[in-house]
Design a protein around this ligand. Sequence first.
Ligand SMILES: Nc1nc2c(c(=O)[nH]1)N[C@H]1C(S)=C(S)[C@@H](COP(=O)(O)O)O[C@H]1N2
Ligand SMILES: [Mo]
Length: 344
Amino acid sequence: MTNIILYPSWQLKENHATARAAYMKRREFVKSLGLGTIGLSTLALGCSQAAHSASDPDGPLDTIPDNAPRDGYPAPRNAAFDVPERIVTDRIVASSYNNFYEFINQGDLKNVWPHTEQYEPFPGTIEIGGLAKKQTLDIADLIRSADLEERLYRFRCVEAWSMTVPWTGFPLADLVARCEPRNSARFVKFICVNRPEQLPGQAKATWYPWPYFEGLRMDEAMNELAFVATGLYGEPLPKQNGSPLRLVLPWKYGYKGPKAVVRIEFTRQQPETFWNKLQPREYGFLSNVNPNIPHPRWSQATERFLSTDGVEERIPTQIFNGYDEWVRALYPDAPRTYAGPIIR
Ligand SMILES: Nc1nc2c(c(=O)[nH]1)N[C@H]1C(S)=C(S)[C@@H](COP(=O)(O)O)O[C@H]1N2
Ligand SMILES: [Mo]
C-alpha cells in the first residue's frame, strides 16, 4: 500500500474553477456597490431589507454562508480513506443533486439550492440533552477548535444513486466526547433544524414529523468512520449540503446522515428515526448499505454512480459500501450473500 495522495481531481477540473470564479465575481460586484448581500432585484424594486438578509443564490456554490468559519481550510487529506476504484464526483454535481426535504419535498426534489436563500445556519448552537453533562456548544467555536481533516468517502443513497466526495470535518467521536455523555448512554439521537420561516419545504409539508431526526447506537457513533462534516471540496458546506454541520456515515444509506444538526440527545432506549416513523417497513434503524438486502420496492445490488454533469454509470454495490473492514464486527448478523427477494 502506498500513501501517495493523488491531487484531488476536483481541483484540476477547469469547469469547476470557472464556475466558482463566476459566482465569486458576482458576489464581489454586489459588494463593491456597497449593497452587502442584498439582492439586486430587491434593490430595483426599492424594497428595504435588513443588511444581513440573504440574497438569491446564483448557483450551488453561492450558498456557502459568508459567516461560516474558514480556519483550517483547506484541511489536509487523511490518506487512510482512499477510494481507489472510482473518480471523484464533480463538485457542482455534489452541490446541485441533493436530498433535503426541509427545503423541497415535492416536484423537482433534487434541485435544493435555489430554495435556501432564507436559511441562516450561523450563528448557531447545538443543544445537548438526556444522559450527558454538557448542555450547549457554540457551532462556530466547535468548528474553529476542531482538528479538521479531509476524507474522501463513497456516498450511497437508498434510492440507488451514489457519489464520491471529499468532506472536511472531524470524527463524530470527538463531538460525542465534548458532550460528556454518561456511561449509561447506549444510543445517541440527532435532531435537525426546525425553522419553517427559513425552510420552505418544512413550512409547506406539515404532514412530515419535523424536525428531521436520526439515531445511532453508541458503538456506531464511536466508530472511526463516523464523521462530522463542516465542509465539502475544501470549503465550508453549502447550505444544501447541511450547513452548519451534518453527519456522514459512509457505510449507511445517506438518510442516516442528518444535515443541519442542532440538538443531540443521549438515551438508554433506541430512539425513533424520521424515515422509520414514516415507513417502518422500508427504512430500518440500522440501514447499512448491503447489496444482499433489497429495498421492498427495488434491488440494492447496483447503484448509479454520478460523476460529471449528465454522466452516470451502473456499478455493483459493495457490502457496507466498501467499508467492511471498519464495521463488519458491529453487525455479525448482516447477510453476506443474496438469498433471493425478501418476502413479507
Ligand atoms: N435534515 C435532513 N437531513 C438529511 C436529509 C433531509 O431531507 N433532511 N436527507 C438525507 C438523504 S435521503 C440523503 S441521500 C442525504 C443527502 O446529502 P447530500 O444532499 O449532501 O448529498 O442527506 C440526508 N440527510
Ligand atoms: Mo437518500
